[in-house]
Design a protein around this ligand. Structure first.
Ligand code: SAM
Length: 295
């Protein structure tokens, strides 16, 4: 537990206020991470119960320790795309609300052995669950040049994707690209060292992380079944950190409202105050949208 790096929860008061509409319900934090949102809502709403779900085994070990003193939180290891099945496995068919705080936790970004950040030397991995699936190393070293360029363009919205993919393929012909810093160096060399506000490797790393974890597919799949697991009046709150995620959430909420399945509680996304961004710069791109299922 002591090795797990804490995470400052984003828009925590706003989530607590907008998600918890019923003081005795069961709510799911489907991306519980370091449990910051759950902890705040437990304090603010003394009779609610939580399912704290995460796909990352290190987060699960931390959450189990953090909430071991309360029977109001049940910690479950799993992928939120399987939420209906996970709920059935604990005898629930409906819950009062579901929170999704998308993206990476501070622990994942800062822990060198997780390989998420170009600022931290480490083996390229980027899997939320390192025990399963294909890693960023596999994508970088095994995909064809065109596939790699498409991935970087699509998930990173990187206009220089072709140039980056070409440089990666050239570099790996001399030997595999094994670490985060090796990959960042290849990108810096391909794009030139002059850069503006964001580091030239930012978009490529985002793209690899999204692809490694099938993030957009997971989100899409969860949203397709989310209304089935919410009780009437139940709420879904989603915090997104980039336009690819937010576009999907916005689309679903709009369609649900149009087809009479409920209403958007947030007519416009809620964003952090300047004060919050000053304390927690990671919050700067956050957008919170909340939907309420009809009765
Ligand atoms: C931004 S962090 C959440 C931080 C959390 N709200 C807190 O207060 O500490 C996102 C978390 O979502 C988890 N995650 C990402 N994709 C997931 C998925 N498909 N299913 C379950 N958890 C997932 C990550 O492992 C990470 O711990």
């Amino acid at each position: 537990m002591s090795d797990y790096i804490e995470h400052i929860p984003v828009l925590v008061d706003e989530v607590s206020e907008l998600l918890v509409w019923k003081g005795h319900g069961t709510y799911v934090d489907a991306t519980a991470g370091a449990g910051g949102h759950v902890a705040r809502m437990l304090d603010a709403h003394p009779h609610v119960r939580f399912i704290a779900l995460d796909v990352d085994p290190e987060a699960i070990a931390y959450l189990e320790q953090k909430f071991k003193g309360t029977d109001r939180v049940k910690v479950i290891h799993g992928n939120y795309r399987d939420l209906p099945h996970i709920l059935r496995s604990v005898g629930l068919s409906e819950v009062s609300g579901v929170l999704l705080d998308l993206g990476v936790s501070t622990h994942q970004v800062l822990a060198e052995d997780r390989g998420f950040s170009f600022r931290k030397p480490g083996l390229l991995d980027m899997r939320f669950d390192p025990s399963k699936g294909v890693s960023a190393y596999d994508l970088v070293n095994k995909l064809g040049e065109e596939e790699l360029a498409d991935l970087i363009y699509r998930y990173g919205e990187e206009h220089k994707a072709r140039r980056i993919a070409k440089a990666i393929v050239e570099s790996r012909s001399k030997g595999p690209i094994r670490t985060t810093t090796e990959l960042a160096e290849v990108i810096l060399t391909a794009l030139g060292r002059r850069h503006g506000r964001i580091h030239p490797a930012t978009r490529t790393f985002q793209a690899l992380r999204i692809a490694t974890n099938s993030e957009l597919d997971n989100l899409q799949q969860l949203l397709e079944s989310l209304l089935d697991v919410l009780e009437p009046g139940g709420r879904a709150a989603v915090i997104s950190y980039h336009s690819l995620e937010d576009r999907i959430v916005k689309h679903f909420f709009k369609e649900w409202e149009k087809s009479g399945k409920g209403i958007q509680v947030t007519k416009k996304p809620v964003v952090p105050t300047d004060e919050e961004i000053q304390v927690n710069p990671r919050a700067r791109s956050a957008k919170l949208r909340v939907f309420m299922k009809g009765g």
